[in-house]
Design a protein around this ligand. Sequence first.
Ligand code: PLP
Length: 421
Amino acid sequence: MDHFLYRDGALFAEDIPVADIAAAVGTPFYVYSTATLLRHFRLFDEALEGLDHLVCYAMKASSNQAILKTLAQAGAGMDVVSGGEYRRARAAGVPGEKIVFSGVGKTAAEVQLALEGGIRQFNVESEPEMQVINDTALAMGVVAPITIRVNPDVDAKTHAKIATGKSENKFGIPISRARDVYALAATLPGLEVIGIDVHIGSQLTELEPFEAAYVKVAELTEQLRADGHSIRRLDLGGGLGIPYARDNQAPPLPMDYGAMIKRTLGHLGCEIEIEPGRLIAGNAGLMVSEVIYVKSGEDRDFLIIDGAMNDLIRPAMYEAYHDIVPVIEPAPGVEPATYDIVGPVCETGDTFARQRQMPPVAAGDLVAFRSAGAYGAVMSSEYNSRPLIPEVLVNEDQFAVIRRRPTFDEMINRDSLPSWL
Ligand SMILES: *Cc1c(COP(=O)(O)O)cnc(C)c1O
């Protein structure tokens, strides 16, 4: 459920007409709903009620300061995957003890940054990384809390570019080698082993792969405890999918996911952490764009819009589907038109949808991409020298620009000339 609904014939973001925002900031732009962000965070929080738990928002999904602050004020921790994200989380007021550091390539400088600023735990992804965290902690005279990310070798049944839990993926330590790696960790005085981490992929639409992984984590917990390790925290990653297409079978609900976690892991008495990103932010955002031209091709009509692959790369990168709807509500019973919906970037890959049926629109009309709140603005670029598009946050009847559109001069002046030119 989201808070982008038609009212009196026009699309609203909470209590604000989307067209009013377009008039204020220009197109294209992203708009997010506070109510939807909070609703999704609370669904996870409530799903784990009864367990000692923390929901750490995977901020790589959408990391604007205003979004982080909205979620942090509701009690969310943060899952970060770079020093930049760590700094963003701290800048939004998230205390170090609620920040989890994930990712396969943490550098010594990033580890030091997090140890200085405070960290809940590092999720360690390899033995060499474990050594670097140990050495950095020892040099600073502190002890680093860690979990080890295990790769359970399960098929997440999602797009190959976002599956992470098969043995062929770069993530984690094969679960078959986990006991040896935990034994090594126990010998390193700069580390305190506190638990196990697992994250098998993104946009999962069934519970079975999660359950298969968590059953393996439960077994491993018992084995590691028998080996003498104190396993008291289980980080279960993120990955729960969202319904991108309205007519699709809906992915599992957070409540059912939580019930499965309790069933498979509840008896272990561990603190449970989860790291949802997409499900919190995805349906909390729209990308809004204006139709520049309707171009009639030989055998098809192209809708050429002012948003492009540099603004929203998911269709080009993952063949992702986004619902694209007119901002003026179509009249009931109107005959749908069929378009290839494309941006102005000079790549055939700059295609949002092929042969898409939607209500007919004309040049100058606004269209909204639904479910664009996660892996949207954060993955944007200035390819084709198109400035990054603004982000807007709505809260009931208020809205604010939370990242403004840079000017062309700002964009160009980031370049500098060498002395010989
Ligand atoms: C990307 C990522 C997440 C979030 O995944 P979603 O599918 O957005 O929920 C969580 N944990 C880790 C380690 C990740 O890399």
